[in-house]
Design a protein around this ligand. Structure first.
Ligand SMILES: C[S@@+](CC[C@H](N)C(=O)[O-])C[C@H]1O[C@@H](n2cnc3c(N)ncnc32)[C@H](O)[C@@H]1O
Length: 292
């Protein structure tokens, strides 16, 4: 599937200026399928959605969904079209090398990062897939994985997006990574990123939606990394537990602070216990281990 010819650029601003509403707006845009959600110069947020028909009714529905998600009725929405290449150029300009841990550095492909001793560089073209290192959930996952991954282990990256975590797993020494991603555009970007990083021999890309059935067939893994929204992780948590080897590690992200308690309760019920955690902005990431 090719990239859309043009993108719907959707902007949203909270008239009431309430801090916790503004914090939720990037996530509200992502839930609508928006990519590259970022703050604009006027204190609002903007995201890019693939070309669609009936834009007026879509924007009205988007307003209802975002107001329900943020619990406010004070959102101003506006939109415009942007040609595909113009958008990628805009994103390219804003995407710079970023050190995420002492070892892990994420760098765009048009910059030569000159790795220092012991540094592990993940080279990425942002394209249209989630996972550039610009989001707290990606960074939280990377920080935890850096402390967890043992060389020679077998991992799954469920919800691979751009492939950033799968590439990090390969750089950290995993011997095999199964990267599962249902979005065709993200898969195309991930395949390119795997090739740019020369990790195709280690990372196997599976274009599929992860379901309990699928996970039951592809394990066991020494570790699973999964940065998806909490509801999806919870629906797959039992299958993650079954797909893990006895000493298996689970690194999850995409969980909001208010969702953590419910998530950990379900994890404990399944014999998964928290050993490490990471917080950035409103996002929580966790490292869990099997303990019956
Ligand atoms: C938040 S992004 C994470 C991307 C990348 N792993 C990162 O950490 O930046 C979540 C990804 O999960 C994918 N996804 C959603 N539901 C899924 C499912 N049931 N199975 C596999 N992937 C899923 C989405 O298409 C999206 O690319």
């Amino acid at each position: 599937m090719s990239a859309p010819r043009r993108w719907l650029v959707l902007s949203v601003r909270d008239r009431s200026g309430t801090a916790h509403v503004s914090e939720l707006l990037p996530e509200a845009l992502r839930r609508l399928g928006g990519r590259g959600a970022a703050e604009d110069e006027e204190g609002g947020f903007v995201a890019y959605l693939p070309d669609l028909e009936e834009v007026e009714s879509f924007v009205e529905e988007a307003r209802r969904e975002m107001e329900s998600f943020t619990g406010t009725s004070s959102l101003d929405l506006s939109w415009r079209w942007q040609e595909h290449e113009e958008w990628e150029e805009t994103w390219r300009r804003g995407f710079q090398p970023r050190r995420v841990t002492e070892r892990l550095v994420v760098s765009p492909s048009w910059v030569d990062p000159k790795p220092g001793p012991g540094e592990l560089v993940i080279t990425l073209d942002p394209g249209v897939a989630f996972g550039t290192g610009e989001h707290p959930t990606t960074r939280g996952s990377l920080r935890l994985l850096d402390r967890v991954v043992e060389p020679g282990t077998r991992w799954a990256d469920v919800g691979a997006g751009s492939g950033i975590l799968a590439i990090a797993l390969a750089r950290l020494g995993a011997s095999h990574v199964l990267a599962v991603e249902p979005d065709p555009l993200a898969c195309t970007a991930a395949a390119e990123n795997l090739s740019t990083n020369g990790v195709e021999a280690v990372v196997e890309l599976l274009h599929a939606q992860a379901t309990p059935d699928l996970l039951d067939r592809v394990g066991p893994f020494d570790g699973i990394a999964s940065n998806i929204e909490c509801g999806v992780i919870l629906s797959l948590l039992g299958a993650y537990r079954r797909a893990l080897a006895p000493e298996g590690e689970l690194v999850v992200s995409g969980i909001l602070h208010h969702e953590v308690e419910g998530f950990l309760q379900e994890a404990r019920r399944l014999g998964l216990h928290l050993t490490d955690e990471d917080r950035e902005e409103e996002w929580w990431s966790g490292h869990l281990r099997i303990q019956d």
